[in-house]
Design a protein around this ligand. Structure first.
Ligand code: APR
Ligand code: PHB
Length: 395
């Protein structure tokens, strides 16, 4: 058995784990990151790509904002299309100058991994059977992460464990029954997404509600478009040859349909839609952050931003512990993070409700949702609340 020791043992090299590790390193706090997958898999996973200002600011503060500043697309506004007619929402004007930046989560992850490896800091890929141990309050044990790597058993002793291992991770699952309360909603639809080598013809994202269902026109760079359509959760991709996807996008985007430029499709996938919160985000010396503790449906692009906000709070608390000897921040972490998470949950749920078609058995509710979106688009006050949430609530 190979034994090692660090200050913070981090499970998962997604945005939450990597940002946490990088921020701690900047403050002289040691961490080891254990990731189940290999580097190519983690860097290739296609996820969302809209960063709130606080996310951009934090990435800059921890020294990984260079390429983001050069290549990120800064957006002042967003368009909402209802039954084929577009309304532009000038988010920046409505929020005192706040903007969002379009930059793929894959790129954020690549920048963070490159920064960690360039500093020669520990990041273990293909760590198998990671098991958090000894973290319960009053157990008198040392928190540890047991794992296997290249057929050898390892044990990493630490002061704290950060469970940044996503929705399907081991940390939340390892907590004793009854330690957490779960809040969950699944939606009766999913998103079929494509990534295409096609220059986006719109400067801004377009969210569309149509009788045929939701569509989203998004992008990753001046050369790459990212497009989504609402589909069934069990959608068979065989039924969606590419010409059908392009045609459906055009139909749902109405007067913006002509903006859809076809190009080589490099990724096709179905994203399920779920709202989920596990509370509290702490058990003894184990802290949950990011998707390990909560999931939002992607309408509104809050997932990555919430993960970054969590690790900002968590790193603040750990810095306070190591530098000032105070555990007040650690004690307050869960409550602090949860308060903001529920506001983002509400926004993501609201956007999802207003923009999707829930099917014939919800005919009344669908008319109400349609009326709500009509109202929002006609009201400066309602659009301002949408803008305020979209650019990100204060940290
Ligand atoms: N052991 C080690 N690593 C694990 C384990 C495990 N048992 N289980 C999962 N992981 C790894 C995953 O392979 C992944 O790399 O944990 C990482 C979790 O990363 P994400 O799923 O990206 O979660 P998070 O860092 O919280 O980022 C949230 O990702 O899913 C999107 O929309 C979400 O944008 C949001 C962001
Ligand atoms: C994306 O570009 O992948 C994206 C953008 C906005 C969203 C969700 C996903 O609300």
């Amino acid at each position: 058995m190979a034994r090692q020791r660090t200050q913070v043992g981090i499970v998962g090299a997604g945005p939450a784990g990597l940002v946490l590790a990088q921020r701690l390193a900047r403050h002289g706090i040691e961490a080891v990151v254990l990731e189940r997958r290999d580097r190519a898999y983690v860097e290739g996973r296609i996820r969302a790509g809209v960063l709130e200002q606080h996310t951009v600011d934090l990435l800059g503060e921890i020294g990984v904002g260079g390429r983001l500043a050069r290549e990120g697309l800064v957006h002042d506004g967003v368009e909402i299309c209802l039954d084929g007619r577009r309304t532009r929402l000038d988010m920046s004007a409505m929020t005192g100058g706040k903007k969002v930046t379009v930059y793929g989560q894959t790129e954020v992850t690549k920048d963070l991994i490159a920064a960690r490896l360039a500093q020669d800091l520990p990041l273990v890929f293909e760590a198998e059977e990671v098991t958090p141990l000894g973290y319960a309050e009053g157990s008198g044990e040392t928190p540890r992460l047991a794992y296997r790597k290249d057929g050898e058993d390892h044990e990493l002793a630490c002061d704290f464990i950060a469970g940044c291992d996503g929705f399907h991770g081991v940390c939340r699952a390892s907590l004793p029954a009854g330690a957490l309360t779960f809040y969950e909603r699944t939606y009766p639809f999913a998103w079929l997404g494509i990534l295409a080598k096609a220059p986006p013809a719109s400067d801004e994202l377009i969210y569309a509600r149509s009788p045929r269902g939701f569509a989203l026109y998004s992008m990753r760079s001046p050369e790459v478009s990212r497009l989504y359509i609402q589909c069934r959760p069990d959608e068979d991709l065989e039924e969606w040859p590419l010409p059908r996807i392009w045609e459906e996008l055009r139909l749902r985007l109405g007067d913006a349909g002509h903006l859809v430029q076809e190009g080589e499709v490099t990724d096709v996938g179905v994203t399920p839609m779920r709202s989920f919160v596990a509370e509290p985000m702490r058990h003894g010396r184990l802290f949950l952050a990011g998707d390990a503790a909560h999931i939002v449906p992607p309408t509104g692009a809050k997932g990555l931003n919430l993960a970054v906000a969590d690790v900002r709070y968590l790193s603040d608390a750990l810095i306070e512990h190591y530098k000032e000897g105070s555990d007040a921040g650690l004690a307050a972490y869960s409550e602090r993070a949860i308060a903001r998470i529920w506001k983002a949950q509400r926004f993501s749920w609201w956007m999802t409700s207003m923009l999707h078609n829930f099917g014939p058995d919800q005919a009344f509710e669908d008319r109400v949702r349609q009326a709500e979106l009509e109202y929002v688009l006609s009201s400066e006050a309602a659009l301002t609340t949408l803008a305020e949430n979209y650019v990100g609530l204060p940290i």
